[in-house]
Design a protein. Structure first.
Lengths: 332, 613
């Protein structure tokens, strides 16, 4: 890297015209990713962006890095192959609520369980955008969409709870309208050694505009959201006057000076799960930030370590050893 | 005490017992020893799909057939000359296949009233004349084994589990095989449990000695080794094993490392198991969460510069369909192995069928051509796996290699390739940024392979159609036509590097038998028997099924009739008919979960020739 010039965010752009709808939340996500990669000094020839299908999955085409636009739901599996084949590659998964939680839900949970060293950004807009407005596995119950004209009867997933339940060693949430917050979270994800799951609330201006406005609009944001910052008290409110206090399995709103300190690094996924459960309570603020961040061996390392160990023990095999085993015999 | 020794050139034995009786193990040990003696051999294990079907029932019968000979042979034998039946169910479900006058060794220790009931028998077939016309040798192998192991520390159940080695000992004596290879094997296998090694060794020796002492079989046979066998090194292999070795060898010959993404499925699982042992060859195996993840990880690995592979059977291939289309459009090398089994759906998962040919050729959305080839025998699986790797890497394409249940679990001696004569086909990755575009092609129309991590070559590929020149996403109608044509022309171009299949028999005549996959053995044996009887017929084996080699029409033209025997309802015949409408391809089909027998094919071919005259 030393002889490589420090890249800027724009150096991570491809020459392709970006084709998301004007005003789509995807724009701010891609520019955040581009700028944190530059800030972290990442080499664009060493970055691989893997996606599935959906609006978000066009992402790799707009990046000046290596990219692979896969098929619906399979980005995590394709990326697992990339990363295990060559662990040196800085490998990212770009997916959405339909791609990553519906058709690709199986690969999502298994890549988290295996702790593949992937950076997974799940664009959650609570709708199918590319197919023009059907309900997704995160669409709230009761919402009217093209395929739920009388209101969706499906109970939605909470993406963080799914990730934590699958054993994610890093799980976080951020939102498109807060680029500073998003960059901090994405940086933490990029630097995490292991599978990093980042849910980004992304506004689809065409098919689900305003889905997150109760939490994202400036005038309500301070009261309706709380930032989880490691080592800091969980405080919120326009004047930072309120706080969250956790006692056992209960979370209460208290005054700021009584707020508990947030620690995502405890081994148990319990605290993160408890915080994600606040989503169900309309009287509670929605938490953003890092819900869990723990160290664990990654699949890619384990695979290659095992190969080295066995090779040290048995010696490097040659093609001839493979074919001419001791049980072969010679006919003269 | 000496016994009369009779020379036989060709013997087929079937070991049959309950799934829990260890017949597969008995069969494999007999096979390993027979390979070492220097006979040619072919085997056919036949077992139920339930791991433990109810003990003693007909559904629970597990069989292992071995055909061994002092000549070259191609099949595991039509009708056994010896049947070992460990219980009434094994006897009743197998005796009809035996040659007239064949020997049946029956374990009478498992013929109680209850055993007969479990086998749904009202009367004892040993006493009601069912077996007249056979030489029946009744022996209480349970009791003999208990006696042989008197004084051991093992419980009765463990003692009785040694009865398969007692039986194996008897068979070793009968066919003059040495017991030493099995003794060695037992010592290694049970190195950590010496009491088990000891018990099985005692059982094996006791069975051998008992057969000799009591002259149980009124004589003894000798099957001399094959004399005119080509010099070189040999080993005994099963199809799945040869395939695993071939896949690793093929990657090495391409100067690549293997990435196998797979999911367990009968009868392909062994390949994943064998390859997961190859860690010191830098082979990566990932047992994924499902079939789709298996192929998708392999595609990702190929993108990253390893040789991606995935192994499966028919239902798994169906699940991988969409991803294989992705490998077609991204033009990445990928080897897909389909060890076919009887279907549709779950079908008969432990039985043989060759009915995934059309799925392999056409089972994808839109125009998604890819090369398809098939292996003929367990040893041929090695060559075919190497060939699949060659085509995949030289043409930047997914390749489907078809094997089947019969090849996967069958065994035969494999003449090991001369290491100096293996033709390597090293891959050269693109490294030069000058004029780089991901869809730049070579003379064979293969696109360049640029690994992520290579400076200056960052590019994007994926499932959307790409511009033939820039590699950017393109919705241009003319470009799509160009790309579809290019992908097809590239796959068709594989024909330039494959040779016309050799003919077994004259290059013109009344009858050409065109076989593929594991029907090779029965078709070849049938035709050679006819030739020996002075009837002219020719056999041709098709390894490459898509594209076909050049020059087939010139062969077809010289025969009056062409027949295509297949374990399906006529899939290759259908494709040949479409491709060569000027000829008529007659079908001969069977879908019973069983391989063709040489004699049934011979009878059919003779009938065809008679019809004509
Ligand atoms: S449809 Fe919605 S998600 Fe898709 S690009 Fe347009 S605004 Fe963005």
């Amino acid at each position: 890297m030393s002889d490589v010039q420090q890249l800027k965010g724009k150096d991570f752009k491809s020459n392709q015209e970006v084709r998301w709808c004007p005003g789509c939340g995807d724009y701010s996500i891609i520019s955040s990713v581009q700028s944190i990669l530059a800030e972290l000094g990442r080499d664009k020839d060493n970055v691989v962006m893997v996606s599935g299908i959906g609006c978000s999955s066009r992402f790799p085409y707009y990046m000046g890095t290596y990219g692979f636009h896969g098929i619906h739901g399979r980005a995590n599996a394709i990326a697992t192959g990339v990363k295990v084949a060559n662990p040196d590659l800085d490998t990212w998964v770009i997916t959405g609520d339909g791609d990553g939680l519906s058709i690709g839900g199986n690969h999502m949970i298994h890549s988290l369980r295996r702790n593949v060293n992937l950076k997974i950004i799940l664009f959650n807009n609570e709708i199918y955008g590319l197919t023009k407005g059907q309900y997704s596995p995160t669409t709230p119950q009761g919402q009217k969409t093209k395929t739920s004209p009388f209101g969706s009867v499906d109970a939605p997933f909470n993406p963080l709870q799914l990730a934590l339940g699958a054993g994610a060693t890093f799980a976080a949430r951020t939102l498109d309208v807060r680029p500073k917050h998003m960059k901090a979270v994405l940086k933490a994800a990029a630097e995490h050694n292991g599978a990093a799951f980042v849910e980004v609330w992304q506004n689809c201006v065409i098919f689900n505009d305003g889905a997150f406005k109760h939490w994202s609009e400036k005038k309500v944001r301070d009261d309706q959201t709380v930032d989880l910052v490691a080592g800091q008290p969980m405080i919120f409110g326009a004047e930072k006057e309120k706080g969250l206090r956790s006692e056992g399995c209960q979370i209460q709103v208290v005054s700021a000076d009584e707020a508990s300190i947030w620690d995502p690094t405890v081994e148990s996924p319990g605290p993160g799960f408890l915080m994600s459960q606040l989503d169900k309570d309309p009287s509670m603020p929605r938490p953003f930030g890092v819900f869990r961040q723990v160290e664990a061996p990654t699949l890619d390392d384990l695979v290659h370590d095992q190969i080295s160990e066995v090779t040290d023990k048995l010696g490097e095999g040659s093609l001839k050893d493979l074919i001419y085993t001791p049980d072969s015999w010679e006919v003269k | 005490m000496s016994s009369e020794l009779t020379r036989q050139d060709d013997v087929t034995i079937r070991f049959a017992g309950d799934s829990g009786d260890g017949m597969q193990l008995t069969g494999t040990q007999f096979t390993e020893t027979t390979a070492k003696v220097g006979n040619d051999l072919a085997t056919f294990p036949d077992y139920p799909s339930e791991i433990r079907a109810p003990a003693g029932t007909r559904a629970g019968v597990s069989g292992y057939q071995i055909h061994f000979s002092s000549r070259d042979i191609y099949t595991p034998g039509d009708a056994p000359s010896v049947l070992v039946a460990m219980n009434p169910a094994a006897l009743i479900t197998n005796y009809k296949d035996l040659q007239p006058g064949g020997i049946i060794l029956v374990n009478t220790g498992a013929f109680t009233e209850k055993d007969l009931q479990k086998a749904e028998l009202d009367v004892n077939p040993l006493t009601d004349g069912t077996l007249s016309g056979f030489r029946v040798i009744e022996e209480d192998i349970n009791q003999r084994t208990i006696e042989a192991l008197e004084g051991t520390s093992l419980g009765k159940k463990d003692v009785l589990r040694c009865k398969n080695f007692y039986t194996l000992g008897m068979m070793y004596w009968l066919f003059s095989r040495p017991i030493e290879p099995t003794l060695e094997w037992l010592n290694v296998k049970f190195a950590k449990k010496p009491e088990l090694a000891d018990a099985n060794i005692r059982a094996l020796k006791a069975g051998y000695n008992y057969a000799e002492l009591l002259r149980l079989f009124q004589g003894r046979y000798e099957v001399p080794k094959v004399e005119d066998v080509a010099p070189g090194f040999y080993r005994n292999v099963m199809g799945n094993q040869a395939l695993a070795i071939g896949l690793a060898a093929g990657a090495e010959m391409a100067n690549l490392k293997v990435f196998l993404g797979s999911y367990p499925i009968t009868p392909a699982t062994d390949i994943l198991q064998y390859m997961s042992l190859m860690k010191n060859y830098d082979v990566i195996t990932c047992q994924m969460e499902d079939e789709i993840a298996g192929v998708c990880t392999a595609i990702g690995a190929s993108f990253a510069g390893r040789l991606g592979m995935t192994t499966t059977s028919g239902p798994g291939l169906a699940l991988k369909t969409e991803a294989i289309g992705l490998a077609v459009i991204t033009e990445l090398p990928l080897v897909i192995v389909d060890v076919q089994r009887a279907g549709p759906s779950t079908g008969l998962p432990t039985k043989v069928e060759q009915a995934d040919l059309l799925q392999s050729m056409f089972g994808r959305n839109s125009e998604a051509p890819l090369p398809v080839l098939s292996c003929a025998t367990p040893a041929d699986a090695f060559d075919c796996a190497v060939e699949a790797c060659r085509i995949a890497t030289q043409y930047m394409t997914p390749v489907i290699l078809l094997s089947d249940n019969y090849i996967a679990n069958g065994a035969e001696p494999w003449k090991l390739p001369d290491m100096d004569k293996l033709e390597h086909f090293p891959v050269e990755f693109v490294t030069d940024p000058e004029g780089f575009s991901p869809y730049n092609r070579d003379a064979k129309l293969a696109r360049g392979w640029a690994k992520p991590g290579t400076p200056g070559l960052a590019h994007r590929i994926g499932g959307l159609e790409k511009d033939s020149k820039t590699g950017n996403v393109s919705h241009d109608p003319d470009n799509h036509q160009v790309m579809v044509d290019l992908r097809l022309a590239k796959v068709n171009g594989v024909a330039d590097t494959i040779s016309i299949p050799p003919l077994n028999g004259p290059d013109s005549g009344d009858l050409l038998v065109v076989a593929w996959g594991s029907s090779y053995g029965a078709a070849r044996a049938a035709v050679e028997r006819m030739q020996k009887e002075g009837v002219t017929a020719t056999h041709m084996h098709m390894r490459h099924l898509r594209p076909f080699p050049h020059g087939l029409a010139d062969i077809f033209r010289k025969f009056k009739r062409i027949v295509v025997p297949e374990l399906n309802m006529g899939q290759l015949a259908y494709v040949l008919q479409a491709e060569y409408p000027e000829f008529r391809f007659e079908k001969y089909n069977k879908v019973k979960g069983k391989p063709f027998q040489a004699r049934e094919l011979k009878a059919h071919f003779e009938k065809l020739l008679e019809e004509k005259s």
